[in-house]
Design a protein around this ligand. Sequence first.
Ligand code: UT7
Length: 330
Amino acid sequence: MTQPSATRYSRITGTGSYLPPKRLTNEALAAELAAKGVETSDEWIVARTGIRARHFAEADVPCSDLALPAAQRALEAAGVAASQIDLIIVATSTPDMVFPSTATILQRKLGIAGCPAFDVQAVCSGFVYALTVADSMIRTGAASKALVVGAEIFSRLLDFNDRTTCVLFGDGAGAVVLEASDTPGILASELHADGRHVDILCTPGSVSGGKITGDPLLKMDGPAVFKLAVGVLEDVARSVLAKAGRTDADIDWLIPHQANIRIMQGTARKLKLPLDKLIATVDEHGNTSAASIPLALDVAVRAGTVKRGDTVMLEGVGGGFTWGAVLFDY
Ligand code: UT7
């Protein structure tokens, strides 16, 4: 294990992502819902959210099966072998099992053993939380090459009789390899939570005595979440910029949690960023919770949009209520 050093930073050296093959357009989803008497339309979904399609995993596919190819692609992009990884963090709210963690299952599927592996559960802020924890562990010398993954199968939590939520979410995974570096890398980050708002976005069921107790389907007060999200995203971005000694003019790319294009564009405008600096994949992915940010990052990196040296702001927000941001030089 490396000793801490005053000049030790962490840097993203590779990204990867994976979407399950089944793609469902708004029209196809609306037709499926209409068959059960639930009314929605492509027009409503696009106008209110910007979502046009989402991917759903097949019923027998666990979360770790989405995490694995995303992780392998990130390792390949970084030129790092799985055996060199000394920390695995998976951000998920849809783990394979109650326990053990999806991170340990991923570790086994990667064919490695020994390094710490654990899940972070901060719902849609999960990736920003996981990246901040990994950055802290690298800077203190507790790890040198971390695999940080956001992976979700939110389709399992959806109530397909509730049109206010079931049209919003999708499944997928994104990953980064984060390595120790003499230069940043991650410039600053900040995490927050306010548990007074637990009830506005939750899946309140649990397993007890061999049965599910409570309701195991996702509940959301969309307008309440919308209002809170818009308020906190500008504040946390400004705070992280100040910590890093940067200004909004230094941001090359804004990658917010991909839940609703209106929230994302509102945040960009408040930060005085032209909308062409906003990375948006919500149209094709829907809201993939903890996977949404690393998925969008990987799409942008592989498209050649985010390039080495660019300054990128990641922003997460979601259930808990949780939120946070990470600013980094790619
Ligand atoms: O991932 C964690 C973070 N989550 C978020 O950031 C989500 C934040 N919230 C949102 O994105 C938005 O609040 C929603 C997209 C969820 C909803 O948009 P909205 O503009 O806040 O709509 P609303 O909930 O106020 O509903 C407006 C109308 C209602 O009808 P009435 O009462 O005005 O007659 C709804 O019943 O739209 C109706 N509606 C729908 N109509 C067709 C709600 N869902 C649908 C639907 N199709 N799927």
